[in-house]
Design a protein around this ligand. Structure first.
Ligand SMILES: [Zn+2]
Length: 119
């Protein structure tokens, strides 16, 4: 087993471990025992480590990074990572329309002047 990541508390480590297990990755959480072994350190200063088999480390990293990136989408104009609740790109100012938003807008609705789709 190799360390994928470490967290300040068990709750955060468990959240990641649950996602990894859902993706079929064998996960071990290490750290609960550490507090008892070290003794002198308060439990909340113990790092909780998430361990995965070395053969699954790359996949585990991918799952972890997907988790971190799921609230951002690349700007269609410049490719910057833009939070999904943004309507314009923070980097280039391009309008961003999510697929969900596009799907709910009827084709006959008024189009903003700036779009000029039919000129
Ligand atoms: Zn942009």
């Amino acid at each position: 087993m190799v360390e994928l990541d470490s967290f300040a508390n068990l709750a955060l480590a468990t959240m990641l471990a649950d996602r990894l297990r859902a993706a079929g990755i064998d996960v071990r959480i290490d750290g609960e025992m550490l507090g008892a072994a070290v003794g002198a350190f308060p439990v909340d200063q113990t790092r909780v480590r998430v361990l995965v088999p070395s053969a699954q480390l790359d996949e585990a990293r991918r799952v972890r990074d997907e988790d971190l990136a799921q609230d951002e989408a690349p700007c269609p104009s410049c490719g910057a990572a833009v939070p999904v609740n943004f309507t314009t790109c923070w980097s280039c100012g391009a309008e961003i329309e999510s697929e969900k938003k596009l799907a709910t807008v009827p084709a006959t609705s008024s189009v903003p002047m700036s779009t000029k789709r039919w000129t």
